[in-house]
Design a protein around this ligand. Sequence first.
Ligand SMILES: O=C(O)C1=C[C@@H](OP(=O)(O)O)[C@@H](O)[C@H](O)C1
Ligand SMILES: C=C(OP(=O)(O)O)C(=O)O
Length: 420
Amino acid sequence: MTWHAPAAPGPVRGTVAVPGSKSITNRALVLAALADGGGTVTGALRSRDTDLMVAALRALGVPVEVDHTTVVVGAHAGFAGPADIDCGLAGTVMRFVPPMAALAKGEVRFDGDAHARTRPMGTVLDALRTLGASVDGDRLPFTLHGNGGLRGGAVTIDASASSQFVSALLLSGARYEQGVTVHHDGKPVPSMPHIEMTVGMVRAAGAAVDDSEPNTWRVAPSLLDSREWTVEPDLSNATVFLGAAAATGGRVTVPRWPASTTQAGDGIRAILAEMGCTVELSADGLIVTGPDRLSGIDVDLHDVSELTPTVAALATLASGPSRLRGVAHIRGHETDRLAALAAEINGLGGSAEETEDGLVIRPTPLHGGLWHAYADHRMATAGALVGLVVAGVEVDDIGCTSKTMPGFVDLWAELVGSRR
Ligand SMILES: O=C(O)C1=C[C@@H](OP(=O)(O)O)[C@@H](O)[C@H](O)C1
Ligand SMILES: C=C(OP(=O)(O)O)C(=O)O
């Protein structure tokens, strides 16, 4: 459904309580399922990606009860096939579930959306083969043939295309007979905070993780604790609301911003400050006040690559050029985000040029028009952000925000209409 992005009548002011983190929710669900006694996830994100994770656990025979944002994962006697897992377009489902399903007894078949079949996957499947699993295929669709356990041990992978390859193996590694040692060999691993999140959560689940050597992670074999997980707000999803303040000289507060976190989205604080915003972390939450005119930025987004669409949208509205670097691998995200951002910005009369590992954006006056989302939630929200300032922007598929934020349209309308 084509959606008319509301233009802001003036500086956007308001408070937006964003739902729980996708990355924390889906890790907590996996770790609860890997604990024989299950676990409880509170403040969980409810969205397509997290509903797909719940469905995957159930397909593997794990009892899961969902009540609003509380998910109770019950005790079970091991994973069992035959099972069919729909990964949708979720990187966390297609990468995190196979290492868990490799522990199942029976056949587990995986598939997903048309574009999901092109997302890089072979690294995880090859690693599972090295660790003792039997897998047919190198990308979606593929099938795992499990016998109820996995040897585990050491494996060397090239994780330069996605940090999720490392996270996937570490999340399940404690339950392998020999645990797991993952060594990365290749160009630098992107999105490192997400691996730190994985390491922190695996330790919190009771397993010993040695990450003392660069590019090597070892998870010792152990049982996992049945525990309660409390999910922080999704800071990457928050960036688009903070961006509304940045783009319009407004003031937006996101409550419950954690004082310390492994979420990559926390990186938005430094980025917005460099673009000229005032950024305050207070007892009320994170408060961003936009300047009269944003400054351009030269920034390496390698560690915080999922922020690229928000930063690119803001860069189109700045007073000077911007260079976004270090994110070649986001060509393998929900869509080729570098190509998509360049095409959509240029389609509205802007000037965005793809480089080998990013974008150069020179602000020019933009006009209204159709902004394609490519089934990518962050492309859709980037279009909404541009449309705040540029009249007549329409997003072709705002519904794809359901991937991580089904309430986006309502939250956005409430914020943009709000002058408090
Ligand atoms: O582990 C995770 O939860 C994620 C890791 C990152 O993936 P990449 O390393 O592929 O960028 C990030 O971009 C994605 O949105 C979520
Ligand atoms: C890259 C992203 O998602 P996924 O978990 O599907 O990789 C994202 O949300 O920006």
